[in-house]
Ligand binder design. Structure first.
Ligand code: FBP
Length: 550
């Protein structure tokens, strides 16, 4: 493989481990646990894995004697920086436990487990991927492990390879499924353990025991570098407003973290929009007001951050989308008629067929976006919200609003917009030192959980705002993070998704500053991730984590 000089140096980086994992390890068990809600139902659904104690690994004095273990690893869902380090952490962990241990990687995500597609991960392969971004060592996929038939197929290969355990590296859904699988295998006495690892750039897999998901740190550092560069461009040319949509699915953690790092003029937070039940026109009015205020000071430029999932949080848009889903669902009479309606008349036709309130919203949208809502649908027939160009939608609506304000003599500036969407740019970046260390520690912890015979646990590394030396490694029963939620019309046990808390320290800090950031040009330019240099430059966790832990 051809590699750059930086990659060569980076390959030599030795990720830091908590002190407790470096020598002989002693396991301590805490009190029994409970799920965050719906305890009775969840206990009933997970009779073998509910209520297990929290586990902490500490420095021990007696040398551990472990038998070799065979482990299968799966990368599930969207890429997140540091996945390769989780794998190298598992690899080093199981090899240190016993040199005859083996690691198998299932190819292309959970699908590889079901289809029995795998590769043995040898030292030669693992060494090539240490401290690199991406999931390309074995690939990832979004197949959901939910059906008994899949569990049985997976068991076949687990038996063939004499696997002691599967480690599933994924987000909230994948870890929920890991827990269901752990319960299924425990109930059948198969001897196959299942351990989860918290992954997602979205930052929405976190709770009392999981301080952050891996990848969030690096991805937000990459986006913040880009936002900073754009802010500097905006402040140099002084002629554009930049509307930047940021990945993160439903939660706005990414937008909030980037705002805390870069101090843009506007950052919308979906959770706040939902809480205040804001309408699209209220959001647009707020944005236009910021633009106009800056223009009054002679600043016809600025930067606005927009979370990817925003439209789903605007109640009227949610209603509109749901009505459009019903109206245009594949196989329905109305969908068939729609296909035969003349293209130039389609928007009017749709507006006549939906509720009066939704028609008002629909007609207020720029034609391009309205058309998009009637066309792009996922395999289940739903509007693909992530494909909606929210940044353009808002930019165009702000322009229309400013034109109205101009006519009313309330605004006399100039408005030019540029649009960006940052997501894929950050998902496979080389992990920051924080993510390199955190991921390696998560993988290593998973290896120790396997060697200790545990199942239904998520690997947990805490105390993350302290130096890595002082991090606390252990395991958290996945059932502890669960509650019952409606999914596809049925109540299911799932890991609670962590949205931005409006009473949490990161949002409160943002709230105390955003008025000032709106009119001032007080941008911060974070610059690129630094891998070598002083610790205050290279090893800092996210602002979100620092504020949450302060
Ligand atoms: P995960 O939740 O699987 O980690 O994926 C996160 C994410 O990056 C979201 O931010 C984004 O909406 C989505 O994946 C995009 O998915 P895809 O890679 O399938 O386009």
């Amino acid at each position: 493989m051809n590699i750059s000089a930086l990659q060569k140096e980076r390959a030599l980086y030795q990720p830091k481990l908590p002190k407790s994992l470096r020598g002989t390890i002693q396991m301590t068990e805490g009190a029994k646990t409970q799920s965050v809600a719906d305890q009775e139902e969840i206990a009933k659904l997970f009779p073998n894995t509910y209520g297990m104690p929290l586990i902490a690994f500490e420095e021990g004095s007696t040398k551990n004697e472990f038998a070799p273990v065979n482990v299968g690893v799966i990368l599930s869902g969207g890429q997140a920086p540091g996945g390769h380090n989780v794998i190298s952490g598992i690899f080093d962990g199981i090899k240190r436990i016993h040199p005859h241990s083996k690691l198998f990687g299932f190819l292309g995500g959970p699908g590889g487990l079901v289809k029995h597609e795998y590769v043995e991960l040898t030292a030669e392969i693992v060494d090539e991927y240490r401290n690199t971004g991406g999931f390309d060592i074995i690939g990832s996929g979004r197949t959901k492990l939910e059906e008994e038939e899949q569990f049985e197929k997976a068991l076949e290969i687990a038996k063939d390879l004499s696997l002691n355990a599967l480690v599933i590296i994924g987000g909230d859904d994948s870890n929920t499924n890991a827990c269901v699988l752990a319960e299924y295998y425990a109930a059948k006495n198969t001897g196959v353990q299942v351990i989860g690892c918290p992954k997602t750039i979205d930052g929405d897999l976190k709770n009392e025991m999981i301080e952050t998901s891996f990848g969030f740190d690096t991805a937000t550092k990459v986006y913040s570098e880009l936002i900073g560069n754009i802010q500097r461009d905006a402040n140099s040319a002084k002629k554009y407003w930049h509307f930047i949509k940021l990945m993160g699915r439903s939660a706005s953690h990414i937008g909030l973290e980037c705002a805390l790092k870069t101090q843009p003029n506007i950052c919308l937070i979906s959770e706040e929009v939902a809480e205040k039940k804001e309408t699209l026109s209220e959001i647009v009015e707020y944005m236009a007001e910021v633009v106009a205020n800056r223009a009054a000071r002679g600043d016809n430029f600025g930067v606005a951050l927009i979370p990817e999932g925003l439209v789903e949080f605007v109640p009227e848009m949610k209603k509109l989308i749901s009505e459009l889903n019903d109206l245009l669902a594949e196989g329905t009479k109305t969908a068939e008629i729609f296909q035969n309606v003349k293209k130039s008349y389609r928007l009017e036709w749709v507006a006549e067929k939906i509720s009066k309130e939704s028609a008002v919203v629909f007609k207020s949208l720029p034609a391009g976006i309205a058309t998009q809502l009637t066309l792009d649908r996922d395999p289940h027939g739903n509007v693909q919200v992530s494909l909606i160009e929210t940044e353009k939608l808002l930019g165009e609506m702000v322009k229309t609003k400013l034109d109205e304000m101009k006519l009313a003599g309330e605004y006399s500036g100039k408005f030019g917009a540029q649009y960006h969407f940052f997501g894929y740019e950050g998902r496979c970046a080389a992990p920051s030192n924080f993510d390199a260390d955190y991921c390696y520690s998560l993988g290593y912890t998973a290896a120790v959980l396997v060697a200790s015979g545990k199942t239904g646990y998520m690997s947990s590394v805490r105390n993350l705002t302290s130096p890595a030396n002082e991090w606390i490694a252990g395991g958290v029963p996945i059932t502890m993070m669960m509650n019952m939620e409606k999914r596809h019309g049925h109540m299911k046990p799932v890991i609670q998704k962590a949205l931005v808390k409006l009473d949490g320290a990161p949002f409160k800090y943002f709230l105390s500053k955003r008025g000032e950031w709106a009119y001032k040009t007080d941008y911060v330019y974070p610059g690129p991730i630094q891998y070598f240099g002083p610790t205050e430059v290279c090893d800092q966790p996210t602002e979100t984590l620092k504020l949450e832990k302060a």
